[in-house]
Design a protein around this ligand. Structure first.
Ligand code: S3P
Length: 432
């Protein structure tokens, strides 16, 4: 990642309408579930970002035919039994979702698979997946540090009661994919409810996945007959969040974001922004593959917020942006229970603190969160910011740069391609 971008603080507000790209989590799952179903799955508004293309490429390595026509992606599923071994290691790139979901999927296939990833992914914890899967009979060898590269020796799996140690939809989904192949039901108990796209989509394809009223106990009935479906991917709320933050913070802004997912496991940022005094309203609700709607966002003055562990899963990817909102709000904000941020694409507690400090923000790290004293009068100490190769840090810093006077350089700006290749062009579209 070499690209440096110059970003200039805005004099006028953001204006206009934007349809953000398709949801990353749903795009991954549409490919994976389509690949193990019988018949054609057609995906509309698929997110063509580096992460999702790694899922697509890995499935092709396993013999799945995937084509593209008229901006739709077609997955020609032949059922899970038709996945075939790949002699070459499966290439995961930077994508934790691809890795963890596919570890669960391939643990139960009757062949061996090898996984490799880039430098950042190769530092991220994988025992959180291999350990629960081992209880079901899986055999996954990782490095001594519990990281990639991995070797999966395919096995017959048995259903178990699995209490997950981390609140992670990726880990839950890995166990669900393994549970589909087991010889008896699997019961998963999550610490806190996490995004439920795997459960919702598998049900649409014909699986029996039972979610208890507590929203964190999930039973997977094995060996379902899955049939290819039409998937309309809603706009990614984690991508929309960058523009929601920008329109809130840059005075005299008013924008509309079209067809954004309103799945309650993903709308934590929207709720937090409203609680901080943000002006966000839902205009039209539409039913795509999941509930979605248009969001109107206008500039607002914000006040501080306190977040604890129970708030975190629904806003996990947007926490760098919450830190930015807090850095411009009145008062002292505190985020705790967010230790998961330390094992994302970067240690986001450290990278958010390092980069926002460069802008003169009063921010301190906690082991599991951040304390931020907000102000609208930042005194930057440098004009060079760095994404650290982390897409969400890069986009958060681009939004931060819109709030200052003068220009800033964003190093490794091309990291945005991991989840949002058109981010800078879309931002430009809202700048009048
Ligand atoms: C994701 C789940 C989250 C999130 C990631 C995508 C998913 O990770 O941070 O960007 O698609 O399941 P965890 O489940 O590990 O928190």
């Amino acid at each position: 990642m070499k690209e440096t971008r110059l970003i200039t603080g805005l004099k006028n507000g953001l204006k206009g309408e934007l349809a953000v790209p398709g949801d990353k989590s749903i795009s991954h799952r549409a490919l994976l579930i389509g690949a193990i179903s019988q018949g054609k799955t057609v995906i509309d508004h698929f997110l063509k970002s580096q992460d999702c293309l790694h899922t697509l490429g890995a499935l092709q390595q396993l013999g799945v035919t995937i084509t593209e026509q008229n901006s739709q992606v077609q997955v020609w599923g032949q059922g899970i039994e038709h996945l075939s071994p790949s002699a070459a290691p499966l290439e995961m790139g930077n994508s934790g979702t691809t890795t963890r979901l596919m570890l669960g999927l391939l643990a139960g296939r009757p062949f061996d698979s090898y996984f490799q990833g880039d430098a950042s992914l190769s530092q991220r914890p994988m025992k959180r997946v291999s350990e629960p899967l081992a209880k079901m009979g899986a055999e996954i060898a990782l490095t001594a540090a519990g990281t990639l590269p991995a070797k999966v020796k395919g096995h017959k799996l048995h259903g178990e009661k699995i209490a997950l140690q981390v609140a992670s939809a990726q880990v839950k989904s890995a166990v669900i994919f393994a549970g589909l192949q087991a010889d008896n039901p699997t019961k998963i108990i999550e610490k806190l409810p996490t995004r439920n796209h795997t459960e919702l989509m598998l049900r649409q394809f014909g699986a029996e996945i039972i979610t208890a009223a507590d929203q964190r106990t999930i039973t997977v009935i094995p060996k379902p007959k899955l049939l290819g479906q039409q998937i309309q991917v809603p706009g990614d709320p984690s991508s929309a969040a960058f523009f929601m933050a920008a329109a809130t913070l840059v005075p005299e802004s008013s924008i509309i974001l079209k067809n954004v997912s309103l799945n309650p496991t993903r709308t934590g940022f929207l709720r937090i922004l409203q609680k901080m005094g943000g002006k966000v309203s839902i205009l039209n609700q539409t039913k795509l593959s999941e509930n979605s709607g248009d969001l109107k966002v206008e500039s607002a003055k914000l006040h501080a917020i306190q977040l604890t562990a129970a708030d975190i899963p629904a806003v996990i990817d947007e926490l760098p942006l919450v830190a930015l909102l807090a850095a411009r709000a009145t008062g002292k904000s505190k985020i705790t229970g967010a230790e998961e941020l330390r094992v994302k694409e970067t240690d986001r507690i450290a990278t958010v603190t390092e980069e926002l400090s460069k802008l003169g923000v009063n921010i301190q790290e906690l082991p599991d969160g951040l304390v931020i004293s907000g102000s609208t009068k930042w005194q930057p100490v440098t004009n060079q910011l760095d994404s650290h190769g982390d897409h969400r840090i890069g986009m958060m810093l681009a939004v931060a740069a819109l709030c200052i006077q003068g220009s800033l350089e964003l190093q490794q700006a091309d990291a945005v391609k991991i989840s949002y290749p058109g981010f800078f062009a879309d931002l430009q579209q809202l700048i009048v």
